[in-house]
Unconditional design. Sequence first.
Length: 141
Amino acid sequence: ALKTLDKSLQGGYLLWVQNVLFIINQCPARERKMIRKSLFNLTLTAALAFLASSASVFAQDQESVMPFKVGTFAIDGIPTVGLVVQNDELIVDLAAANRALELIPRYATVAIPDDMIGLISAYEYGLKYRVYEIVNHLVAE
């Protein structure tokens, strides 16, 4: 069913392209040149917009600029997942740091688990990149 859908979409697109080319070929030479130039500019602009947007979408930090450890710490008697950075001199509440990072518009909202088991289970499924973003933001600030 999926292959049939793909073929029908391709057929529709090809039919559309054929119709556009037919219309262009019916125009006088001067108008044809202007239409082709406009289509080229439109295609170029769309391609550049796509490349620019995909760069920002995929701009997640792929590694941490500073080594860190994670652990569970008691803050006001409540077990809290935290980051240990700067040669074990600084402990940062991971959830609080994430909330602060989410105040910056370019960062998406990401749920941080309440316990270490949740952090470990979600770490390889994208959470590590948020932790890297937090650590890198701490270093930059």
